[in-house]
Ligand binder design. Structure first.
Ligand code: AMP
Ligand code: GLY
Length: 419
């Protein structure tokens, strides 16, 4: 089975690596891929969706997997399905669960799915009034996609009101901020829970925890995620079962009933408060770096899982997962503030093994074929093992064999599982 993967990060690299372990996987194409994905397949430079669909037809691609939310909210899945092509990812209508925080919050309240108390508004006066009715800290979110930057956690009423004002005026995030969601602050711990679904059936993958802050000790600014591990002991069976019955099941049923069946992977950002799961956000794609940890655990054929989800046949699949995995993001010097100078990457001979390996993201090939760190998130070092401790040790041993100028990473990934 030839497969097309849309994206260029370590997430897409990880999916491809898992597919490669499956003898049913044929040729893999990446659009656009990165400076290392050609180790696993072929990079193609096509970007518009119609041309990508035509490429899939011409190259006997039986399955397309979309990594990121942007093409999904712009309708890539609709275009592929209109041409009868199997694609893993939701329609533009269903991708609103991530594309619009207002849509998501209103959906949750229509279906009585637990979420933080909130007000959705385009009116500054209403926003200010609602802010005043809450106790700080207060959360202010831009409605649209802001590349992970649209959430402000304000410590004072004044800060919350000025955040709302900057968003609503368009100054902060342009059109994406013309509508805001103001919500109460939830004090608990976060989990990432993923459900693969064909729109009716679903399977929940092992629980994960991400580390959003840049620096060891959960300090510094929020990032796209500096590391993840799975499974997490913070989610026991009872909690996962509550997440399944109170959140995933009603979301998938609700979307289908509303005429926008959700297919692909539903990423539930959960805050656990007093042992009760509450939805912080949905994403309509795998988390990055959570996906990297999950793909390391997948112990049944990846093509079977993704393909059957894409064609509405998930009921025939019972995926298996094995052991534990820890993924540590290695970022460039100025991440997440600004771009960094390209730097040559050195990886010691024989550094990688079955149990520890590198998933590449922001890398380019230099003139002599050398690998250069050119993006913010450069790679993810994966360690696997019987338990989190063994997996963590392997990931950090591997990092010891990788060097480039300015490389930064957190030294405490998975600490909450190891306390
Ligand atoms: P979101 O994009 O909505 O997930 O928000 C990004 C991050 O902001 C989350 O991962 C949380 O760490 C934090 N956050 C968002 N909403 C809340 C909330 N209501 N209470 C506490 N933290 C929140
Ligand atoms: N790791 C969080 C995300 O992908 O949004």
């Amino acid at each position: 089975m030839n497969i097309l993967i849309i994206g260029n990060g370590a997430r897409e690299y990880a999916i491809a690596r898992a597919l490669k372990r499956d003898p049913n996987c044929g040729k893999i194409f990446f659009a656009p891929g990165n400076g290392a994905t050609d180790r696993l397949g072929e990079n193609i430079a096509i970007t518009d969706f119609d041309s990508l669909a035509n490429f899939a037809i011409a190259n006997n691609v039986k399955l397309t997997i979309v990594g990121g939310e942007e093409p999904l909210t712009k309708g890539i899945a609709d275009i592929f399905r209109a041409k009868n092509l199997a694609i893993f990812g939701p329609s533009a209508a269903a991708a609103q669960l991530e594309g619009s925080k207002a849509f998501m919050k209103n959906f949750l309240s229509r279906h009585k799915i637990p979420t933080a108390r909130y007000l959705e508004t385009s009116d500054l006066r209403a926003a200010r009034e609602f802010i005043q009715s809450l106790a700080p800290p207060i959360v202010v979110k831009a409605d649209g996609l802001c590349a992970g930057k649209g959430v402000i956690i304000a410590q004072t009423y004044e800060d919350a009101k000025s955040a709302a004002e900057e968003m609503l005026s368009g100054a902060a995030f342009g059109e994406a901020g013309r509508k805001v969601v103001v919500e109460e602050f939830l004090d608990g711990y976060e989990l990432s829970v993923f459900a693969i679904t064909d729109g009716a059936d679903f399977v929940i993958l092992p629980s994960c925890q991400d580390h959003k802050r840049l620096l060891t000790g959960d300090l510094g600014p929020n990032t796209g995620g500096m590391g993840a591990y799975s499974p997490t002991p913070l989610a026991d069976l009872a909690l996962m079962s509550k997440i399944s019955t109170r959140i995933v099941r009603p979301t998938i049923d609700g979307m289908r009933k509303e005429g926008a069946p959700f297919t692909g992977v539903l990423f539930c950002g959960i805050m656990v408060v007093n042992n009760e799961p509450i939805v912080l956000e949905f994403n309509v794609r795998f988390g990055d770096p959570e996906c990297e940890a999950l793909m390391a655990l997948l112990d049944s054929p990846a093509t079977e899982l993704f393909y059957n989800a894409a064609i509405g046949n998930l009921a025939v699949v019972a995926p298996r997962f094995k052991g534990a995995a820890v993924g540590v993001v290695i970022a460039s010097e100025n991440y997440p503030y600004k771009a960094s100078e390209p730097r040559e990457i050195t990886i010691a001979e024989g550094a990688e093994s079955e149990d520890s390996y590198i998933l590449f993201a922001g890398v380019t090939k230099g003139a002599k074929g050398e690998l250069l760190a050119t993006g913010g998130r450069v790679m993810v070092a994966i360690g696997t093992g019987k338990n989190i401790r063994a997996a963590r040790d392997r990931a950090y041993d591997l990092i010891g064999k990788i060097t480039f100028e300015g490389m930064q990473y957190r030294t405490d990934i998975a600490y909450q599982a190891l306390k």
